[in-house]
Write a protein that binds this ligand. Structure first.
Ligand code: CA
Length: 275
């Protein structure tokens, strides 16, 4: 991102002056700090201009250099970022917008990060990663007891923080299915509604039959090994091993009739034949 280094020298000073003038400590910190004039610079919730925003992160950090750095790294990774510099403002933003994760400094003017975390947890399960200057176990324990999801002691590498953000989001966000509607020939499957139909007539599938059909529909014409199907559909549970796959394919074939062809690949697995 070329914009990061462009105007650091002068703009933060202007931002600070504006803070002093109107007595606010947070709102100006999140906009236009690097002199950008595009959408991302002026609309705090727009994220990195021109990129698909994967999640929105609220940064509550009073230290300018740290807030700026964290924001830069998160935006570079495609996150939408809003940055405020006090806990009070963080709570206001949380009420107003859909935040996917909070990066929360412990040492803040006004109410501290622990208190912010306590108040957030009173009404929300949004993931929280706490930042602190003190590498003390008690702080870590307090933060985690208050419901923080992770804890990063300062000084930290921004890359590490971004990795933690990703890991926490992976852990806490339900994975969105790649496609809600899958179809092949006359068979349609709506994953969000967990409905499958053949020529418009609803199919009565068990949970695993449904997942197996979804997996086949995702890979039409491709050879899928029994092991791949097991891993996709059953995950870490392997009741009966690969025979389970054979059994469920047989059940699926019976229910699908001639509408779909699931070919057996001897010694390999199965393939959904394109119509
Ligand atoms: Ca601080």
């Amino acid at each position: 991102m070329a914009t990061v280094t462009a105007h650091h020298g002068s703009v933060p000073v202007a931002t600070m002056q504006r803070d002093d003038r109107d007595g606010r400590t947070g709102y100006d910190g999140r906009m236009g700090y690097d002199g950008r004039t595009g959408a991302a610079g002026n609309q705090p919730w727009a994220g990195h201009a021109g990129r698909h925003v994967t999640a929105t992160v609220l940064i509550v950090e009073d230290e300018f250099n740290i807030g700026r750095l964290v924001r830069t790294y998160l935006e570079r990774d495609g996150y939408g970022v809003v940055w405020v510099r006090s806990g009070e403002e963080g709570l206001v933003e949380l009420e107003r917008h859909a935040v996917d994760l909070i990066v929360l400094d412990v040492g803040l003017p006004g109410i501290d990060g622990f208190e912010v975390c306590r108040r957030v947890r009173a009404s929300s399960s949004v993931p929280v990663i706490m930042l602190t200057a003190r590498d003390e176990e008690t702080d870590r324990v307090v933060g985690l007891e208050l419901g923080a999801d992770d804890y990063v002691p300062k000084p930290f590498s921004p890359r590490e923080l971004v990795a933690r953000v990703k890991a926490v989001l992976r852990r806490t966000q339900p994975q969105r299915p790649a496609a809600e509607l899958l179809s092949c020939g006359s068979v349609e499957l709506r994953r969000d509604a967990r409905e499958a139909s053949r020529a418009g007539v609803s199919l009565d599938l068990t949970m695993k039959e449904f997942d197996l059909l979804a997996c086949l529909l995702e890979h039409p014409g491709l050879a899928l090994t029994r092991e791949q199907l097991l891993e996709h559909v059953w995950g870490l549970e392997f009741p009966g091993g690969t025979r389970t796959v054979d059994q469920h394919v047989a059940q699926l074939r019976a229910k699908l009739g001639a509408s779909l062809t699931i070919e057996t690949l001897r010694g390999v697995g199965y393939k959904l034949v394109r119509p």
